[in-house]
Design a protein around this ligand. Structure first.
Ligand code: C5P
Length: 223
């Protein structure tokens, strides 16, 4: 079929990254992790000593940050100011600061523009792309032919994230996920919300392969 844009949104820890990479690999599509871009921006601001709770300071400093992102689903890359930040952006310091940074409208303006350029490059070259985030189906790519809203029970999300992090206490992970969800869902600038035309996929009782297979099936119907 024709290569399409697939938007995958949902709360933290619903399995978006593994799912999106799996779907992109199965279809031979590009992959864009927009969360990694917000994390890379946050890393660069922390590097500069910017107070992430100061929205004005964040907006001013953000103009000066350059983010580069690779779109190979087998080997995604992310750089901030020319530094490979794939490791550091997963650290607690960044995870704690990323939601307030992402709530600043000017940050979203800059990153949404960059994300649309990546999508245009893939589409222009005749390649499909799977884009994961919080506002892909609503703001970044509202015309995407397939929008998935991926959800899972909070306890399942926390258990998964704790396992990923290597045996940390799931109740702490749950508190951290819930805090991010609250900030992400209640902010004024493009909050996390399900698009009207999104297909809801609940991964709580499905394996990763089952979720991937289900979404690949939906993509084949629409491409
Ligand atoms: O997906 P991930 O958990 O890496 O995203 C980190 C944070 O980046 C989210 O908690 C959210 O604050 C922000 N984000 C966003 N919009 C997106 C993707 C991520 O605001 N499209």
């Amino acid at each position: 079929g024709t290569p399409i844009v697939i938007a995958i949104d949902g709360p933290s820890g619903s399995g978006k990254s593994s799912t999106s990479r799996g779907v992109a690999s199965a279809l031979g599509y590009d992959y864009l992790d927009t969360g990694a871009m917000y994390r890379a921006m946050t890393w660069a601001l922390l590097q500069r000593g910017v107070d992430v709770e100061d929205a004005d300071a964040v907006a001013v400093a953000a103009d000066d940050v350059s983010i580069r992102v690779g779109t190979d689903p087998q080997a995604p890359t992310i750089q901030a100011d020319g530094t490979d930040v794939a490791g550091p952006i997963r650290q607690d310091e960044v995870t704690t600061a990323v939601s307030p940074v992402s709530a600043v409208p000017h940050v979203r303006e800059l990153l949404v523009r960059a994300q649309r350029e990546v999508i245009a490059t893939s589409s222009g070259a005749g390649r499909g792309i799977v884009v994961e985030g919080r506002d892909i189906g609503t703001v970044v790519a509202p015309d995407a032919p397939l929008k998935v809203y991926l959800v899972a029970d909070t306890a399942a999300r926390a258990a998964r994230r704790a396992a990923e992090l290597g045996g940390v206490d799931a109740s702490l992970t749950e508190a951290s996920l819930t805090r991010r969800d609250t900030i992400d869902s209640t902010r004024t600038a493009s909050p996390l919300v399900q698009a009207d035309d999104a297909v809801v996929v609940d991964s709580t009782h499905l394996t990763l392969d089952e979720v991937i297979e289900h979404i690949v099936g939906l993509a084949r119907e629409r491409s």
